[in-house]
Ligand binder design. Structure first.
Ligand code: TYD
Length: 138
């Protein structure tokens, strides 16, 4: 089951009448050491992002603002996660195809990676992804 691989992780939420605060600390209730942080924003309505799989990079995705969906696919099953709060996120291990869509206006997707950017770690062709999965190479 995909669910046992990609999973929602709750973050610390410090509620405060002045405004809430959430935090991620390296190696503290977090599944990997963070090497990279990037964010996706100003996504035009109807656009889809992130159609790829990583060979080794693990990631954690937070809807810092607004909402969007992440569709995770292990080559056999797909599962859709809706992210719409900044106090939890989706952990996606390596070796899964994932896409992001249904971005709301002004949404911001914050992504943490376990590796530095490396184009060779990406699988961007879905047929290649399926073949690697079928051959047990991913
Ligand atoms: P891309 O991986 O295609 O975005 P998406 O999340 O939609 O799949 O990245 C878009 C461009 O940004 C591409 O030219 C690679 C570049 N990029 C970097 O240079 N460093 C990074 O850490 C990331 C995530 C992307």
């Amino acid at each position: 089951m995909i669910q046992s691989f990609a999973k929602i992780i709750q973050l610390t939420k410090i509620t405060d009448p002045r405004g809430n605060l959430s935090v991620i600390e390296q190696c503290k209730d977090f599944p990997f050491e963070i090497k990279r942080t990037y964010w996706i924003y100003d996504v035009p309505g109807g656009e889809c992002r992130g159609g790829h799989a990583f060979k080794q990079n693990e990631e954690f995705i937070v809807a810092l603002s607004g909402s969007f969906q992440v569709i995770v696919d292990d080559g056999k099953q797909k599962q859709t996660f809706t992210l719409n709060r900044s106090y939890y996120g989706l952990y996606v291990p390596a070796g899964l195809w994932r896409e992001m869509d249904n971005f709301s206006t002004n949404s911001v997707a914050l992504e943490f990676g376990s590796l530095h950017y490396a184009p060779e770690d990406y699988i961007r062709n879905y047929e290649d992804f399926l073949k690697l999965k079928q051959d047990g190479k991913l």
